[in-house]
Write a protein of this length. Sequence first.
Length: 289
Amino acid sequence: VKDRTTKRAGYAHRRATERPTRSHDVIPQTSRTGAAAAASLTSARTHGSSSFNESPRLICVGGSSSGQTYGSAAQTKTTPHVHTDVRSEKTLNELFSLKELFDARVHLGHKKGCRHRMMEPYLFGCRLDQDIIDLHQTVEHLQRALNFTAHVAYRGGIVLFVNRRRQFNHLVECAARDCGEYAHTRYWQGGLLTNAPVQYGRGTRLPDLLVFFSTLNNVFQQHVAVRDAAKMNIPTVGVVDTNCDPGLLTYPVPGNDDTPVAMELYCRLFKATINRAKDKRRHMELLQG
């Protein structure tokens, strides 16, 4: 027992003598110097000392076989970033607001009995047996549709406005004429897209985008061009009411397609978007020479 006690005492003595120095026991001189330098640097940044600005920073500006080349930050020139966005100074968010859609009665749908089952996710509710469209979703889908239309017009694509409502034919045709595009507001003959080489000859260029201000014809059936465009893999943008089927449209926009104020708003938005995209293209061509 005495030998075991002696061994334990000797082992404890060796651990006490060989214990490493902790950080709070002794602070090295280098750590003190670094702390003082950090404190002075923080003070210079806080109080705006001129000594901090007098010494230029060294940054890596290139590389070679012998190593990296360094230069001062004042001597380094940054290349300005050139934006190639097809939209002009005003973004698409500034073209319209949710209040303008509400004032144009875009949220008003048809009676509950005329509701299409594919339009249920776009509905806000029903009041007095009349469906109400969710304008928050309308704003999001309309921004996507306008953005895609702007990109097509910026790249020189052909945009075709399609409408079958007789009371809005003149409005749609004037909007297409003002932005330099095309409109089809009469009876849609079958095969205009699917059988174009036979009807018009070889080398006929089909439109790059179809914009439907109403996806129904006069007898409340889906427009034939919606199906033909899906067959020919032509992207489509369409305003879909609560009694329409948005399944075959590339960019459906839930909204009222019967009110004249709403149709005027749609025509104004698409016309302004296409004109701005073409102006941006001409501006970029002048800059590039």
